[in-house]
Structures are given as structure tokens and as C-alpha cells.
Design a protein around this ligand. Structure first.
Ligand SMILES: *Cc1c(COP(=O)(O)O)cnc(C)c1O
Length: 385
């Protein structure tokens, strides 16, 4: 793709295909190929492509009032904040808006400084974003090393290891940040009780517990937020990806005492909570409710987990709802991804042997069956070479 290399920087590498339009879980390439989209803009297009409710809400908003800055309120930002507060089940919840996951975690980091403490505990292999603050939270050496020095006083402990967390958290800890399920690391599910242990250690030491739900939020796991299965509540929830259903929107939601740490002048974002992005988010939430998408996510997710487990060459399949990680017998994940793309299926390989599946939440059962047909064939072929 010459035009890409001659006009864009190389930070993503060069894409092999160009996409031009989409409808639901299908997306069309520039050469006319129709792909079944099981990546959904990296767990972002929760309602698929060109969902009528988003198209309508965004079109109407851009024709009415496109942007106002946070010097002024507008109806969407108020309604969305009330909605999100309701979804957390906590009237004390207060929302800050930004435009991405990294910014949502940056906001959480700044919020934690307002506790008067500065030590942070995060987890190895976690992904929290690429800006300098968020990258300092991210636990992946390859992404961090070229950009050192990063923010100090951030300790990374093994994910899912309660004992390591207990040792790392003390009275000087300002915040602990974890993904309820690690997404970019390959869909890694922590042991039962892990999140509950973190809640206990944070409470004992007066530390904020931050759940990065950027990837696991907005119905992805079959719940509104990826931590809900644990039954506990964090002090801070960060959201982005699915929140705007494809439009750029992030949020940092603080609960309880944490909700009053930021005061006027502490933080801001010109575009954060913009009328168009919040119109899209309202359409996302209302459609998930109206179309009863959460039970559907669990139903299709369970079907996929069961079917994938039967494929020769698959050694493990895990996840929640429609965020699924597959470990292959051999390091052929890139090859499987390539073969699937050639057969009209988009998936992603976050590791040499790991495939990630994150289709739109309204993907049909028939499309899930088609996925199984193509994916099982490609996994088998990749293992025979
Ligand atoms: C994608 C992701 C981020 C970063 O979001 P951006 O919008 O790319 O900045 C942060 N945390 C998690 C868990 C993510 O999956």
C-alpha cells in the first residue's frame, strides 16, 4: 500500500487491506471483498457498522450543534452522565469525559495524585494506553522500553497473583489499576476472587481501586462493565472503545469519595463529552437495552467458546461474553489471521500463539456459525503446514 507508506508514519506497520463501508458485522474492502468482522475496530463497534440508531443520532446532532467545549452544558452530556451513573448502580458516580482509553487512564492517574499520595501498583502485561502517563501504567516491556524514562513509583506485579498484590500495596499506595480481563495481553482471565482480594487490600490501605474497563466495558463481557461478575465496586472505572460505538469517546467515572477529588481547574479536554460523540454513546446504551443485547452476548459467547474448544490445534479458549482468547498449539496465530482474511474473516493475533475474537455485540448466531466454519478450517490448515 504505497499511498500509506508515502504519507503515514510507520508506527502501525502497513495495513494489507483498505475498508470502505460496512453494515452490521460485515465490512467491505476497496476491492469489493465482503469480510465478516470479528474484531470490530478492536472491540469498539459494539453495534456493528452503520447501526441505524447511531447514524440517526449522530446525523441529527451534527446538523444541530456539533461542538460547544466544556464551558457550556448540552443535553447529551447530561443525559449520558445520568445513564452511566445509573449503570454503575451508584448515585455518587461522577463522570469525566475524554476521547480515548489512554486519556481515561491519564485522568485516573491525575485523580490519584489528588489523594496526596503518588505510588501506584499495576500489573505485568497489562495495557492501559500509549501516552506517557498511560504507558507508564502499561506493563509491556516492548511498548515501554523505547520511551524511558517513564513516570516513577509505578510497580508492576504479575496479573492474577493476589499474594504479589498484597505485598505491593501499602499505606503509600495512591492507586491500583487492573483490567478485569486483560485484553491486549491475549484475553487473560484472572482467578476467581482476585478482584475481591484487590478491593480488600485497597480498603485496608486507603488506596483507590481503578478498573480499566476500556476493552471489557459497554456489554463486551455480557455485563455493562467487565468487573461486575465479582460483585464488588471499584473507586474508578475507565471506559472508551465501545462507549462511542465507533466515535471517539472516553470516560473516567469516579465513585464515592473519589468522585470529589478533582476540583475546578484540575483537568480538562476540549473535545471530551462533545455533543456528537455523546449522541453516539446514548444511541449505543439505548440500543443495547432495547435490543436486549446483553443476554445475546452471553448466548453467542457460550456457543463460540464451546465450538472453538472442539477445533483441533486449539489448546485453550477463554474469555467472557464476546471477548474471547484462543491459544493455539503452535505459534501460527499470524498465519491463521492471514488465512482467515483471505477467506473473508477479520480476526486479530495479539500473540504468536494467541487469537483474539471481539465481534460486534449484535453479531447473529448465523454469523457466529460461519465464523466457526472458516476459523476451524484455517486453524487446521495452519497446523498442517
Ligand atoms: C485499548 C485500550 C486502552 C487504550 O485505549 P486508546 O483509545 O487506544 O487510547 C486502554 N486500556 C485498555 C484495557 C485497552 O484495551
Amino acid at each position: 500500500m504505497k499511498r500509506w507508506t508515502q504519507s503515514l508514519q510507520d508506527n502501525y506497520g502497513t495495513p494489507s487491506i483498505e475498508l470502505i463501508s460496512g453494515k452490521g458485522s460485515l465490512v467491505k474492502g476497496a476491492d469489493g471483498t465482503i469480510y465478516l468482522d470479528f474484531l470490530a475496530g478492536i472491540a469498539t463497534n459494539v453495534l456493528g457498522h452503520a447501526h441505524p440508531a447511531i447514524v440517526k443520532a449522530v446525523s441529527k446532532q451534527v446538523a444541530t450543534l456539533g461542538h460547544v467545549s466544556n464551558f457550556y452544558a448540552h443535553p447529551n452530556v447530561l443525559e449520558l452522565s445520568e445513564k452511566l451513573q445509573k449503570l454503575t448502580g451508584d448515585k455518587s458516580a461522577r463522570v469525566f469525559y475524554c476521547n480515548s482509553g489512554a486519556e481515561a487512564n491519564e485522568a485516573a492517574l491525575k485523580l490519584s495524585r489528588k489523594t496526596g499520595k503518588s505510588r501506584i501498583v499495576a500489573t505485568q502485561e497489562a495495557f492501559h494506553g500509549r501516552t506517557m502517563g498511560a504507558l507508564s501504567l502499561t506493563g509491556q516491556a516492548a511498548k515501554r522500553n523505547p520511551f524511558k524514562p517513564l513516570i516513577k513509583n509505578i510497580k508492576h506485579v504479575p496479573f492474577g497473583d493476589s499474594k504479589a498484590m498484597k505485598r505491593a500495596i501499602n499505606k503509600k499506595t495512591a492507586m491500583v489499576i487492573v483490567e478485569p480481563i486483560m485484553g491486549e495481553a491475549g484475553v487473560i482471565v484472572p482467578p476467581a476472587g482476585y478482584l475481591n482480594d484487590l478491593r480488600q487490600y485497597c480498603d485496608a490501605n486507603g488506596a483507590l481501586l481503578v478498573f480499566d474497563c476500556v476493552q471489557t466495558g459497554m456489554g463486551r463481557t455480557g455485563d455493562w462493565f467487565g468487573y461486575e461478575y465479582s460483585g464488588i465496586k471499584p473507586d474508578v472505572i475507565t471506559l472508551a472503545k465501545g462507549l462511542g460505538g465507533g466515535l471517539p469517546l472516553g470516560a473516567m467515572i469516579a465513585l464515592g469519595k473519589a468522585s470529589h477529588l478533582l476540583v475546578a481547574g484540575d483537568h480538562g479536554s476540549t473535545f471530551g463529552g462533545n455533543p456528537i460523540a455523546t449522541a453516539a454513546a446514548l444511541a449505543v446504551i439505548k440500543s443495547i437495552e432495547k435490543e436486549k443485547i446483553l443476554p445475546h452476548v452471553n448466548e453467542v459467547g457460550e456457543f463460540l467458546l464451546a465450538e472453538i474448544a472442539l477445533i483441533a490445534g486449539v489448546t485453550e479458549v477463554r474469555g467472557a461474553g464476546l471477548l474471547i482468547g484462543v491459544t493455539l498449539q503452535s505459534p501460527v496465530a499470524k498465519l491463521v489471521t492471514k488465512k482467515c482474511q483471505e477467506m473473508g474473516l477479520l480476526i486479530n493475533a495479539p500473540g504468536e500463539s494467541i487469537i483474539r475474537i471481539a465481534p460486534p455485540l449484535n453479531v447473529t448466531m448465523k454469523q457466529a456459525q460461519k465464523f466457526i466454519t472458516i476459523f476451524s478450517q484455517c486453524v487446521k490448515e495452519a497446523h498442517n503446514v
